[in-house]
Design a protein around this ligand. Structure first.
Ligand code: COA
Length: 260
């Protein structure tokens, strides 16, 4: 499929989605959000895609936020609709995909950019990355899940401080906070993501989907994560992947998971 604001490339079991508006520091407008939804959906449906990597084009930004020029004249109703539609199409959607999503944060990840990175299942950053939720400096609050996910990832006190001050943290601080898992020089960022993706790819994709569901269950209102774990654990026993994984272990060979 041809996109106007993003690129999507498939190679060796990995789909890399790149937000491609470098002159606007990859700011998310409604077209980009819709195209990202389509690209993530296609990659998730594609059984050859085992891992999805999301990054930004250029050397300066992952995503510098939602496109401010698009919502500058909105009223409260339009603002709420923008937030709801974005969460449904992209941020909640990505978090709940059954295919693992890694964010390669290659520069500024601000506002909606950090919110997108936080929707991914985990994050890597380049040494030049800067992260923050500057919305209160615009008279807003984060509207794409940032008030929830930042506190989940770095704790309430740090999330309160970062949000209230509208300041940016550097990659080293993000690593210390647990917001990103690894920090590498920019030229090594994608290769480090691909190396991790290769490790993920060698495991059962069905078991990985079940693990995503169970881990995410901890953060859903009214859902008991332990119950979800019991149910997902049980389901694994009916899969060919389980049969292959256990047989391969007992036969002292490497598993070749059928993904069924
Ligand atoms: N929405 C729309 N356009 C944006 C944008 C955003 N969130 N972030 C950057 N851009 C655009 C700028 O308007 C500029 O466009 P122009 O060249 O047509 O004027 C271009 O991207 C480059 O940005 P610029 O501000 O000139 O780069 P910089 O290096 O001086 O500053 C930032 C970089 C990230 C500090 C700065 O762009 C910024 O503060 N952006 C907004 C961050 C934000 O508040 N995000 C939350 C939105 S809810």
């Amino acid at each position: 499929m041809k996109y106007n604001t993003i690129l999507s490339d498939f190679s060796d079991g990995i789909t890399t989605i790149t937000i491609n508006r470098p002159t606007k520091l990859n700011a998310l407008n409604s077209t980009t959000i819709f195209e990202l939804h389509t690209a993530f959906k296609s990659a998730d449906i594609d059984t050859d895609t085992k891992v999805i990597i999301i990054t930004g084009s250029g050397e300066k930004a992952f995503v510098a936020g939602a496109d401010i020029s698009e919502f500058a004249n909105y009223d409260s109703e339009e603002g709420a609709a923008l937030s709801k539609e974005g969460q449904d199409l992209l941020f909640d959607f990505v978090e709940n995909l059954s295919t693992p999503v890694i964010a390669a944060v290659n520069g500024f990840a601000l506002g909606g950019g950090l919110e997108l990175a936080m929707s991914a299942h985990f994050r890597l950053a380049s040494t030049n990355a800067r992260m923050g939720l500057p919305e209160v400096s615009l008279g807003l609050i984060p509207g794409y899940g940032g008030t929830q996910r930042l506190a989940q990832l770095i704790g309430k006190g740090r999330a309160m401080e970062l949000t209230m001050t509208a300041s940016m943290i550097d990659a080293t601080t993000a690593l210390a906070y647990g917001l990103v898992n690894h920090v590498v020089p920019q030229e090594e960022l994608l290769s480090k993501c691909y190396a991790l993706a290769d490790k993920i790819k060698s495991n059962s994709c069905l078991a990985i989907s079940a693990a995503i569901k169970a881990i995410n269950a901890n953060y859903k209102d009214g859902v008991n994560g332990y119950d979800v774990e019991i149910s997902e654990f049980g389901n694994c026993f009916d899969t060919e992947d389980f049969e292959e994984g256990t047989t391969a272990f007992l036969e002292k060979r490497k598993s070749k998971f059928p993904g069924k």
